[in-house]
Design a protein around this ligand. Structure first.
Ligand code: FAD
Length: 317
């Protein structure tokens, strides 16, 4: 079932969902299940599975380094199918421009359709570690909007190189990313919102936001988006701070602000166990306020560990 249908069916009740990262190559999927199991009591209607782009590795061959390209966390669609099968829950694979040709994306979408996966999150992806700026892969897309267009075309039976007569058309529900504190590369919040509007006009059905720690940023973003004519659900993404280093890491990577009170509380902590507790308390307060404001879904970035998400969800759902 589509994410947007789950939202409609909930009739204003806030839903719980979360995002997981595929395990590194060679790890057992059981570890992932061990982190999903404790969250199932909160009845998530859908679970997102991220995609990591390819990276370079250097193999030492008697002092000479051989550069190879590899994907450390492959298997997004397989994991989506496994979770769907095991828990009878909808899954949302993240589909990236970076690292994929348009043809590879088409085959991935065809696989999703065969597997009964009705939702995809269409994202550009970030630059590779070695790159200063994002560069489209040869034969790939430049921006998320192009992915949205490809998925929409597929829904209409238009494949990349052929129009296929079929009575079994795909009908993907498409999510896209939004940034309450603007995307790191955008010249202004206004111009970033215009880009978001373009994605929605191209066919995106809902938006999931980047993490934020001050709800005012989310509420203002939603207001601005509405003024601009963006009328699809805007799902807030919540991440509980878990380690002290997040104070530097999260603003650097995602260009987001951390409120003074949260910085103060984290800095006072003697160890990361205490930081995790502060993160849970902050995210719980944030979530309670968002739930009261009637957000459609509270979407948690679990980063592979679920104890803190469980602690928050048990206060809300
Ligand atoms: P876009 O919408 O393409 O925007 C990228 C930038 O280009 C923005 O600054 C925008 O303003 C600008 N722009 C857009 N269109 C145009 C245009 N036509 N001309 C000029 N400028 C334009 N990354 C992963 O690698 N894997 C994941 O699984 C993943 N999941 C995510 C989930 C969520 C909810 C969010 C918020 C982010 C996620 N990301 C993920 C990160 C995301 O890939 C990066 O933030 C990336 O840098 C931008 O992706 P986007 O889809 O927002 O790009």
């Amino acid at each position: 079932m589509k994410v947007t249908d789950h939202i409609k069916q909930a009739k204003g009740k806030t839903l719980f969902s979360f995002e997981i990262i595929p395990p590194r190559k060679g790890k057992n999927i059981q570890e992932l299940y061990n982190n999903i199991d404790p969250l199932m009591e909160f009845e998530p209607p859908f679970i997102d599975v991220t995609t990591s782009r390819e990276e370079y590795i250097y193999i030492d061959r008697d002092g000479l380094f051989d550069r190879k390209i590899t994907r450390m966390r492959p298997g997004t669609v397989g994991i989506c199918a496994a979770i769907k099968h095991k828990y009878d829950v909808d899954t949302v694979p993240h589909v990236l421009c970076g690292g994929f040709t348009k043809e590879e994306t088409e085959y991935l979408l065809v696989d999703c359709h065969y597997l009964g996966i009705d939702n995809v999150m269409a994202l550009r992806g970030d630059a590779m570690k070695e790159q200063k700026y994002f560069e489209a892969s040869k034969g790939g897309h430049n921006y998320a909007i192009e992915l949205v267009e490809q998925v929409k075309n597929l829904n209409d039976g238009k494949y990349l190189h052929d129009v296929v007569e079929t009575d079994d058309k795909a009908d993907f529900c498409i999510g896209v990313a939004g940034y309450p504190e603007k995307h790191i590369e955008a010249p202004s919040l206004q111009s970033d919102l215009k880009r978001l509007k373009e994605k929605v006009d191209a066919g995106a059905d809902y938006v999931v936001t980047q993490m934020f720690f001050d709800n005012i940023k989310y509420f203002e973003f939603v207001d601005l988006a509405k003024q601009m004519g963006i009328n699809v659900p805007i799902i807030p993404g919540i991440k509980p701070i878990a380690i002290k280093r997040h104070l530097q890491l999260l603003p650097k990577v995602f260009k987001i602000d951390i409120p003074e009170d949260l910085i103060f509380a984290v800095e006072k902590c003697k160890n990361n166990k205490q930081v995790r507790q502060v993160g849970v308390e902050w995210a719980t307060q944030q979530s309670k306020e968002l739930q009261k404001a009637g957000v459609p879904v509270l979407h948690f970035y679990s980063m592979g560990k679920s104890d803190n998400i469980k602690a928050i969800a048990s206060k809300l759902f």
